[in-house]
Design a binder for this molecule. Structure first.
Ligand SMILES: *Cc1c(COP(=O)(O)O)cnc(C)c1O
Length: 322
């Protein structure tokens, strides 16, 4: 598979410019006080689908040929990749089917149906949905869209980091939540070209550490997948993103789900921001590694805001930070 390049990213940026507004990069004194760093939040939670993934979906759909468009796309996802594909398919008038694990986040499932996509609920976990998606796509002749092994998705996602380095040229560090690794791989790709002095650090949940462990091992590994943060919930490393991470990632950190819940509460209090679990993982890593980042200029990516109702109800009950 071809690795995406910075040229692909700049093409994607031109293509997405009329479709998506740049997302804000915001500072909050209360976040600086709570973390000891100079924090900037990249607000991907304000995307039309509530997560950064729409950048990748729109860029991928634009790259399909007419025959592929006519047959449609099929994706598997715990939610935000699904919404991204459904949104992009609706925009391009392409049929779309999504396979989600059974009992998905109801808000994400509803959003997919509201965007006009067909939803199939199958499997206990993401990895079973993935196998079923491969079968259905083969039966129907639809284009199976991987969550991560897609150069066009990574190039689209990477437009967030072109924006980021324009908005904050002197950043020391960017902390990126990682599941399949497209966001972190995209950040590493763009930083290498536009901000080579900026560290790119990925963050995953210790309850689903497959991407982290694959990076540390230097090979694709499978791991238990038990995190409550849907966006980070994958049981295996992905080849394409791991190649990019190996080339450009500075470090990879793990945080506990309980730390993520506390960071969601901090986002609410200090930044008036509703982050879903995955969307708060970068902030959780900043809090958990306070000494390492103290006084430095750090961007945390709030990758998504699609918290379920249950998550919203529990947010105020996490132990407070600061
Ligand atoms: C998908 C997702 C992530 C992880 O992104 P990957 O590209 O899979 O590493 C993080 N946060 C949110 C909100 C997501 O939807």
């Amino acid at each position: 598979m071809r690795l995406p390049t910075i040229t692909d990213v700049l093409h994607a940026r031109q293509l997405l410019r009329p479709l998506l507004s740049p997302t804000p990069l915001s500072a909050y004194p209360a976040l600086d006080a709570a973390t000891g760093a100079k924090v900037r939040v990249k607000h991907e939670n304000v995307q039309p689908t509530g997560a950064f993934k729409v950048r990748g979906g729109l860029n991928l759909l634009a790259s399909l040929d007419p025959a592929e468009r006519a047959r449609g796309v099929l994706g598997y996802s715990t939610g935000n990749h699904a919404q991204s594909l459904a949104y992009a398919a609706a925009h391009h008038g392409v049929p779309c089917t999504i396979v989600m694990p059974e009992r998905p986040n109801p808000a994400k499932a509803r959003a997919v149906r509201d965007l006009g996509a067909e939803l199939i609920e199958y499997g206990e976990r993401f990895d079973e949905s993935r196998a079923h998606a491969e079968t259905v796509a083969a039966e129907r002749g639809m284009r199976l869209v991987s969550a991560a092994n897609e150069p066009a998705i990574i190039a689209g996602v990477a437009t967030a980091y072109v924006e980021l380095f324009e908005q904050a040229p002197g950043l020391d560090v960017v902390l990126v939540p990682a599941g399949s690794g497209t966001g972190a791989a995209a950040a590493a790709l763009v930083a290498a070209a536009l901000a080579p002095d900026c560290e790119v650090i990925a963050v995953q949940s210790s309850a689903a550490p497959a991407a982290h462990d694959s990076w540390r091992a230097g090979e694709l590994v499978d791991r238990p997948n038990r995190t409550a943060a849907e966006g980070l919930a994958t049981g295996s490393g992905f080849a394409l993103t791991q190649r990019l991470l190996r080339a450009g990632l500075t470090d990879f950190l793990l945080v506990e789900d309980a730390e993520i819940a506390r960071a969601q509460r901090l986002f609410l209090r200090a930044a008036h921001t509703v982050a879903e679990g995955a969307g708060a993982a970068a902030l959780a890593a900043l809090v958990a590694n306070r000494d390492r980042f103290a006084g430095r200029s750090v961007a945390v990516v709030c990758s998504g805001g699609n918290a379920s109702e249950a998550e919203l109800n529990s947010m105020g009950r996490a132990a407070p930070i600061g």
